[in-house]
Design a protein around this ligand. Structure first.
Ligand code: SF4
Ligand code: SF4
Length: 317
């Protein structure tokens, strides 16, 4: 038993086990047009891993079997996968609610007008990375020119009704620019709303604050700067029992580009699949064997339970 599970058992009197699969998260590839310094999957232009069509069809079959509330498509930059649109169209044809996690700038590379029109026509919800409303902070994390491009894409999405029409949600994601916890999500959303409206006339649906996980590029850089121990202590000291019930691993599975099933995107990044070889592939999906499973965990999990908690849908409290 690891320190995270022990803490949950002893301090919260809970077990780290899975409940209903509300969300099917699907990582359709690690290729990305950017190479952000905090990327827990170390994505970038040189990554070649991508989900093939047959695996996508297996995901659609899985969704038809369990009827999740949401199919959440991520990457890399998911827009880059050659089957991106066909996959979404197939999921929508079967009536599934679909959400895409976008870095915004990839839409410019893939054709802004066509991509945004397609997403609107298929009523795809969007979650967009926008780690700050200030240009300097965005460019430091995501590269020079990113802020300007992100603003252009957000304005385009607004012009199509995204962030305004309740059927076309456009949520933004903040993550800290260093080894500290995110500020209060509600207050930061007020600041984002004011600043983006005043500066660029931008509207959005909701802001999600996400803690930087102690894995991937972010962790490597902390380690290099000899700040890794300090950050881990911050996460462990910030452990909060009230976040445990909402942990995303308890309510979703994450499917990797090759069809391997994980409890979450972070376990995917670490190569920690669910269960065993009988249960860990979407190509042979057995949902009954995944219900109530013990979740694979480690020290990185303290990133989800510190302070107000963190998940792909923002703070847990
Ligand atoms: S954080 Fe997102 S946009 Fe940045 S490199 Fe990773 S996948 Fe790409
Ligand atoms: S890292 Fe994944 S498995 Fe660990 S607590 Fe967070 S969501 Fe759950």
């Amino acid at each position: 038993m690891n320190a995270f599970v022990t803490r949950i058992q002893e301090e919260c009197d809970l077990e780290l086990t899975a409940g209903r699969m509300d969300t099917l998260q699907v990582n359709i590839g690690l290729k990305c047009n950017m190479s952000c310094i905090h990327c827990h999957l170390a994505c970038g232009p040189d990554r070649e891993e991508e989900m093939v069509w047959d695996t996508m069809l297996a995901v659609v079959d899985a969704a038809n079997l369990i009827h999740p509330d949401l199919v959440d498509i991520t990457g890399g930059a998911p827009e880059i996968n050659p089957h991106f649109r066909a996959f979404i169209a197939e999921l929508r044809r079967h009536g599934h609610a679909v959400q895409v996690r976008t870095n915004l700038t990839a839409m410019l590379d893939m054709g802004l007008d066509e991509t945004t029109a397609f997403l609107r026509d298929h009523q795809v919800h969007l979650v967009a990375s926008m780690p700050c409303y200030l240009e300097e902070n965005v460019c430091r994390q995501r590269g020079k020119g990113t802020y300007e491009k992100s603003v252009e894409v957000l304005q385009k999405l607004n012009s199509l009704g995204y962030g305004i029409d309740p059927e076309l949600s456009l949520s933004l994601v903040f993550n800290p620019g260093g080894p500290f916890l995110p500020p209060d999500q509600v207050q930061l959303e007020v600041d984002y709303r004011r600043e983006l409206k005043e500066r660029f006339g931008i509207d959005f649906t909701k802001l999600y604050t996400i803690t930087n996980m102690p894995i991937g590029r972010f962790w490597r850089d902390l380690d290099r700067d000899e700040k890794a121990d300090e950050y881990m202590k911050l996460l462990v000291d910030g452990f909060n029992c009230h976040t445990v019930d909402g942990l995303m691993c308890r309510h979703q599975i994450s499917i990797g580009w090759d069809g391997t099933i994980y409890d979450c995107d972070f376990n995917l990044a670490l190569g920690l699949p669910v269960g065993d070889e009988d249960t860990d592939s979407i190509l042979d999906f057995k949902p009954a064997l995944l219900e109530g499973r013990a979740i694979a965990s480690g020290m990185h999990c303290f990133g989800c339970t510190a302070g107000s908690g963190s998940s792909c849908a923002g703070a847990l409290l």
